[in-house]
Ligand binder design. Structure first.
Ligand code: ATP
Length: 305
């Protein structure tokens, strides 16, 4: 992946989600300010509210000039800031504060937010692909099927963290009824029932599940990763594969690749989806398109994407 040698980023905006992570945002703001001031950078802060954040952030970015905008929050905040910066020259930085932090992991960004602050003065800038899913923005991973259901239940629940996610997944697994999908790329077609179907721009979920090994964020294509219904006896092997970059090793998994994909769900006009960790309903057929190299991102100097 080609990287450009960046000019120093002096004027920085930090978009903070006050409710993500269990770190004090007051302390975080003062440590960011101190860190930036020591290095001749100017830090400003923008707080999300959970209401009209995209529209309001876009308006703010039209009124002010920044050299980089950092998302300080979980996957939802990262996706929000990424969408606001889409197709522009200003790069996205990430201070991971959520429970998953998927895109930051795929970009090789340190998971300690104070370590990630180094990106303000030591970084490479890369341009990565993003996706358009029924007109909605996606930077990382989206799902139909089982994982979308778990993300929705998790979102509705009071408890956070990996433990809550595993508990919900275990409860839902026993009664889950897979839907049938028809997937059509510009190269091939596939039809059948699927336990889950991941629309993958990236490689790894925040849970460290590697759903799309050997993929690249700037290759101008994305993958549809399918896990077909499997007997309980196959579950440990599939799980092992998912944590060891062996997605393709199972007879119950397959991947399709393309720049444009249409997904039909016979009998359903609306389906539950999760996009970058946020649940939503999508009208069928679902149309997915790649936006090649449409987002500039800050990554550590040592990162290999
Ligand atoms: N001030 C706020 N009050 C309530 N909700 C907010 C506020 N700001 C943002 N949100 C909501 O927070 C969600 C995004 O959260 P985010 O993903 O950043 O953190 P998280 O859920 O803790 O992390 P993760 O997605 O990694 O689990 C969005 O649904 C957004 O609408």
């Amino acid at each position: 992946m080609a990287a450009s040698i960046p000019a120093p980023l002096r004027n920085l905006l930090f978009v903070l989600n006050p409710v993500s992570g269990d770190i004090s945002k007051v302390e975080l703001e003062s440590s960011i300010t101190a860190y930036c001031t020591e290095r001749g950078r100017k830090a400003r802060f923008y707080h999300t509210t959970g209401q009209n954040d995209l529209k309001n952030l876009r308006h703010h970015l039209q009124q002010h000039a920044y050299d980089a905008v950092f998302a300080a929050g979980g996957d939802g905040t990262v996706s929000l800031v990424a969408e606001a910066l889409l197709n522009g020259l200003v790069p996205l930085g990430i201070l991971p504060l959520g429970s998953g932090n998927g895109l930051s992991k795929d970009l090789g960004i340190p998971q300690d937010p104070r370590e990630a602050l180094k990106l303000t003065w030591q970084h490479q800038i890369h341009a990565i692909d993003t996706l358009q899913i029924n007109g909605r923005f996606a930077a990382h991973l989206a799902d139909l099927g089982f994982n979308a259901l778990i993300v929705e239940r998790f979102d509705q629940g009071d408890t956070r963290g990996p433990g809550a996610y595993v508990r919900i997944a275990t409860q839902e697994y026993l009664s889950y009824a897979p839907a049938t999908y028809q997937v059509e790329t510009e190269h091939e077609q596939w039809e059948g029932p699927a336990f889950m179907l991941t629309i993958a721009n990236a490689r790894t979920f925040g849970s460290n599940v590697i759903i799309n090994p050997d993929s690249h964020l700037d290759d101008g294509e994305f993958e549809v990763c399918l896990i077909e219904p499997f007997p309980g006896t196959a579950a440990p092997g599939i799980l092992y594969n998912l944590y060891t970059a062996g997605f393709d090793a199972s007879e119950y998994t397959r991947r399709l690749r393309g720049r444009q994909v249409r997904i039909r769900v016979p009998g359903a006009t609306q389906v539950l989806c999760q996009i970058d960790g946020e649940p939503c309903q999508l009208t069928t057929p679902i149309e997915v398109k790649i936006r090649p190299r449409s987002l500039r991102v800050l990554v550590p100097e040592s990162a290999v994407l």
